[in-house]
Structure formats: C-alpha cells, structure tokens
Design a protein around this ligand. Sequence first.
Ligand code: ZN
Length: 134
Amino acid sequence: MKPTRIEHVGIAVKNLDEAIPFYEKLLQTKCYAVEEVAEQKVKTAFFTIGETKIELLESTDPEGPIGKFVEKKGEGVHHLAFAVDELSEESLAELASDDVRLIDKKPRRGAEGLRIAFLHPKSTHGVLTELCSE
Ligand code: ZN
C-alpha cells in the first residue's frame, strides 16, 4: 500500500452555510459537492485545489465525532487524508503489525464512495490520518 498524494485535508467547522462561501472566496472555486455521511454524523462539503481537496465537516449531532471535536477544540484542521494505491484489510493488518494503531480494522465507505480507514493520532505523531482509495 503506497501513499500517492494528499487526497484531502478535513476541516471541522461549526456551520457549513458560513464556511462554504468563505472557502469559495479564498480558494476561488465553487464547492462541488455537499454530502451527508449519516454513519459519521456529519455533513461534508468539498472543494478541489490542484490534486487535492478540502473537505469541510459540520456535525449533525453533538455526540458525533466532529461534534465532540468542535466542542473540545473548536473549529480547525481535523484530519489529513492520503490517497493510497490499494486499501485493504490486509494492508491495514500490515500497518497494525508495525504497531500502528488503527481506528478502522477494515476499509469502510466514506464520502464520495471512497474506501477509507482512519489511523489513531496516538500512533501518527498527533495527526488523525485517513487513508483512502477508489
Ligand atoms: Zn476525510
């Protein structure tokens, strides 16, 4: 499993209706998708910037992961996502055998239909890390 680029940077926001126009202006591009990921209790909004995307995340439930994050730390960078050539249960097991702490032992469906898995910030020097592949 080889990382090929930064797929996106996830930013936790309080309110997409406020954050989207700001980022449209800053990045000089329109938000191209808004999607709710019910399982994660978030609504996401995407922007393309070069080969990378910005993913804004608004919580739909104060008890969800983004709700708790914003409550504790406020708005800000939430996670970094690397595109990898092939994300599988086996490649995750290999990371785990190198003492990388996994949040997801198996790939699951994320926004945009990608296969995703998260690594715990305790074993990535403090960065919540997402791996994703087609
Ligand atoms: Zn993400």
